[in-house]
Design a protein around this ligand. Sequence first.
Ligand code: AKG
Ligand code: FE2
Length: 279
Amino acid sequence: MSLNNSERKYFNVNGYKIAKKLIDKKKISQIQKAIVNRSKIYLGDKIRFKSITDPRFHKSLIKLKKNNPKKFGSFYDSVQKSLELYSIVTDKKLISKICKITNLKPENLSFNGENIRMDLPYDELHKLSWHQDRSYYFQNRDGNRGLVCWIPLINITKKLGRLMACKKSHKLGFISKYKKIRKGSKFSTQRKIDFNSKKFEIENFAVNCGDVILLNKNTIHASGSNESDFIRFSLQVRVHDLMDPNYLSFRYRIFYNLDDIKLMKKKGVDVSDIELSSN
Ligand SMILES: O=C(O)CCC(=O)C(=O)O
Ligand SMILES: [Fe+2]
């Protein structure tokens, strides 16, 4: 059996596969730079952070979130459309791995849900309970088409909270009876599955920068608890099969950060032309 097939087979049997050292360290370091550079707009440049692993960088951001959550929210939103994010999502080696595992051709891939997560220590509000990404993403009705990529932007230690997955849980198929939970008006709805996790072997993914976790969209997974003094930076993207006859087409609407607009107004910037949402 060829190596390609054995990787696909592993993924199909277990519902996930870790690709070690797939993405160039240089590419990861570029997105890390984008995050650290943008943070200076919010934190000032009194402290010169050495890199994304500088403890002072994490301390300053955690303090910002505590003292000025709106500013932190603006920072969070601002990095989501960094070009470096797309440079990772479109990485040749990543695409080739996705194709090997899904048996799809690069020209037939679609993606969305590209997102940088910043999980703060002991944050219970954004931590995700057991769920399937299929319940959030409707592009393919069949969760076995396409997959989810989870990409660490810093090395994920046990204390930082490793992503957890129930081995072979994708075999349950899509569980449409999930609970919708909203922890507050500002939070997005979580789709929690009620099931007996004890019936499954739980995998805690130990991954470092450059590694990628590939998950079936039906694989049940959850956030690990961040019990460190650091922010857990990671990137997710969902990949879909564009040749699916039941592919659900979609387009984005932009929602501008309202606090950014308020702040600009306060500073005297003319914001009269801004439409709060646009296509
Ligand atoms: O990073 C995590 O803790 C969970 C992320 C996740 O499962 C998701 O965004 O769907
Ligand atoms: Fe997920």
